[in-house]
Design a protein around this ligand. Sequence first.
Ligand code: ASP
Length: 554
Amino acid sequence: MYRTHNCGELCKKDLGKEVILSGWIQKKRNLGSLCFIDIRDYFGITQLIFSKKLVNEKFPLVEKEFLIKIKGKVVERSSVNYNIPTGKIEVLVSKLEILNSSLPIPFTIENKTDGNEKIRMIYRYLDIRRNPMKNNLIIRHLISLETRNFLSKNGFLEIETPILINPTPEGARSFIVPYRKNIRKYYALAQSPQLFKQLLMIGGIDKYFQIAKCFRDEDSRSNRQIEFTQIDCEMSFVEVNDILFFFENFIKHLFKKIKNIQLESFPCISYDDSIKIYGTDSPDIRFGMPFIELTDLVQKKNISFLKEQKSVIGMKCHNQINISKLKEIKCGNVFWIKNSLNKMLFSSNPDLFNNKIVKIFISFFQTNPGDCLFISYGEEQESREKLKKIRSEIINFLNSENTKIFKPIWIKDLPLFEWDTKYKKYKSVHHPFTCPKEEDIHFLEKYPEKIKSKSYDLIINGVEIGSGSIRIHKKSIQNLIFKHLGLSKNEIESKFGFFIEALEYGTPPHGGIAFGLDRLISILEGNNDIKNFIAFPKNNYGKDMMTKAPSYLE
Ligand code: ASP
């Protein structure tokens, strides 16, 4: 028998009990007359105290991370540790057995570690012994569990789809796997279950979900891994609003269950408005700061110099920021005005803007003491780009103190196509199965870039957490889209023939969405490195530091 209790459960009500515990040695302290070991398992830490005899015999034999089994009596602890649930007791050890020894540890296995990311990835199993990593995996488990419960309760069926498939056109590079029986043939690893989930709708499965592994051969970053997990969903007989409504509730449910946070209603704006108001399609709306058009104002108020500019836009920041730390404001075509806390007005260009002009902006923006205005000018795109950079610099400053505020927003009506400058042809913004908005289809021949799609992204604190669309369910439109993506009749037939044919068997209108599970957790936990929420992640070069994959094959 390895244990009567675990290392996280003994408390005052157990005083006097004879117990057996097994665990790893986290700390060993020899204070001369008194000797202690902190023993740790999945459940917690218990302090052990040793008699002189045992100390002399066993203490020199054990080191940190040795796995030991002890027998002893629960006694009251003289110096209580209020930080741990077992802090009021300790176990007076009568017998110690070494279950397994340990090599000297490469980094401290405690909440705060001295190990850098590389060493922690090489010895991931040791890193997972630390509470922060273990807790990340617990959170991940809870989110997956809640997802399964919520979606199942709402009529979704969890179905696995294949991983070894033909390439899916999600816009990334595929990983390929040789086919043993014909050296010229390959599988691709699924970039997403996209086609299969649509086929499930054709198969009459009303609502599907899957916590699906996806593979995309792209450069890794802090919020991107080549192998990642999606909460992938699809529903039949729905339009955009049905999906937004349902999945807004799903996300609210997760935040409430996991974090006890009640999210407010998610605003929903079009892609075009998002670019206009925030300069980006993935806006962080926690701190406000929408862009305000000032071109008319500067004309009306006859503000010299600015009135000659094609575009003048501004934004107001309520939060306290150190303007001198913003790099972008030093790069020209922008100025700032500060309404200081003691109501003094300052501007970056006092020689250009006299007090009268400064006051025009101050009153137009209805600033309060402490507010700061940023005004950029120049060509339309340039001025917006400039203000966007300043906005994101400010957000980066404010972010670290505001990781517990969550402001999701839906961005819908994304363009259907974008021009691929490398291959000189149109490509899908989302994927080729996304349904165009009916009223825009007439642009197809002449102005494909003007077509908007029935698509939507969920952005939380500036990070894309989910993305989806209503799908094309008519063969004629699907063929037309393929044609505009530059696929020949033969290519359409050989790559998607089966799918086009399937569309002809009474395909229902359908749509769906996929959420990045790793990203969702990292946002919830206020830590933007998704590696921390994946048990065995790859590094930013796509390598597994522990197993050394990928490797040469014999
Ligand atoms: N398959 C899409 C993606 O991976 C999601 C969707 O359209 O449902 O982004």
